[in-house]
Design a protein around this ligand. Structure first.
Ligand code: FMN
Length: 160
């Protein structure tokens, strides 16, 4: 799969098959994700592999679409508000890389905001200033059709 195909074809997956994900393969997607751009090579990400007990405590209504693997992508705090924003941007790039690597291998991801909740922070044991995004990972039951996208020209502005 070429990079354009991967970017355009990746979707938010609602429901996963029970088939397990091979840990070495998962690690290879994380390794690829770590080539994401980040300021001063600070690599502000950490990955939590969520076990059953923690997963139950996260209490996600849809149980992450029954994904066989649930990961939290943790963003380290910055010393300044600018560092913090830059760290979040770098972690977003990391997560997108991961989602694309998984998609290119026939797997899929379900991005949730549960890590940003009070419960999420507590259950994941996040320290002051840390943020986390929690994703289900697995083989999709089905890949949904793309949603409507605003024509990109409407988002573009030409400056003199
Ligand atoms: C920061 C962030 C938080 C998200 N949180 C949720 C969420 O809580 N629940 C959910 O269903 N999707 C969540 N999503 C995924 C979006 O719903 C999804 O990417 C969007 O609808 C576009 O669909 P697509 O990814 O299939 O193109 C989140 C995405 C991002 C970037």
């Amino acid at each position: 799969m070429d990079v354009m195909e991967a970017i355009v074809g990746r979707r938010q997956i609602k429901q996963f098959k029970p088939d397990p994900i091979d840990m070495d393969q998962l690690k290879s997607w994380l390794e690829a994700a770590s080539y994401a751009p980040n300021h001063r090579m600070n690599q502000p990400w950490q990955i939590l592999v969520i076990g059953e007990e923690t997963r139950a405590k996260l209490n996600h209504k849809a149980n992450f679409g029954d994904a066989p693997v649930v990961l939290a992508f943790v963003c380290e705090p910055g010393k300044t508000p600018v560092d913090r924003d830059e760290n979040l941007v770098a972690v977003a790039a990391f997560i997108q890389n991961f989602c694309l690597a998984a998609h290119a291998a026939g797997a899929g991801t379900r991005w949730t905001s549960i890590g940003s909740t009070e419960n999420g922070h507590e259950v994941l044991g996040l320290g002051e200033g840390y943020e986390a995004y929690v994703l289900g990972v697995g083989y999709p039951h089905e890949v949904p059709a793309p949603k409507h996208h605003t024509p990109i020209e409407e988002k573009m502005k030409h400056l003199p």
